[in-house]
Design a protein. Sequence first.
Length: 116
Amino acid sequence: MTKHRIYSVSVASVYPHYVAKAEKKGRTKAEVDEVIRWLTGHSQKTLDDQLAKRTNFEDFFAQAPAMNPLRSLVTGMICGVRVEDIEEPVMREIRYLDKLIDELAKGRAMEKILRK
């Protein structure tokens, strides 16, 4: 899949997979939402609105109220690539989100996931 096609995928189309991955490991939809809100600065209402509008990843991150500056502390491997080494901005944001969902599904404490 080309970069352009990945960016044009709606967050809403991937969101159920994030929730399913978390729930399969005993975590909740509310925790998935908390992680996304932490990363993007969305409120629950604005997150729900973005999902309902089927906003694509590129616009979702570009229009985020306040990307969390602590997201640069999210490091490690995702899909065989070190998150901190990804140079393309939108792809890095997508992989930050993927990594946070992975940490949630692996049972990491929420305080650690949210870099508190």
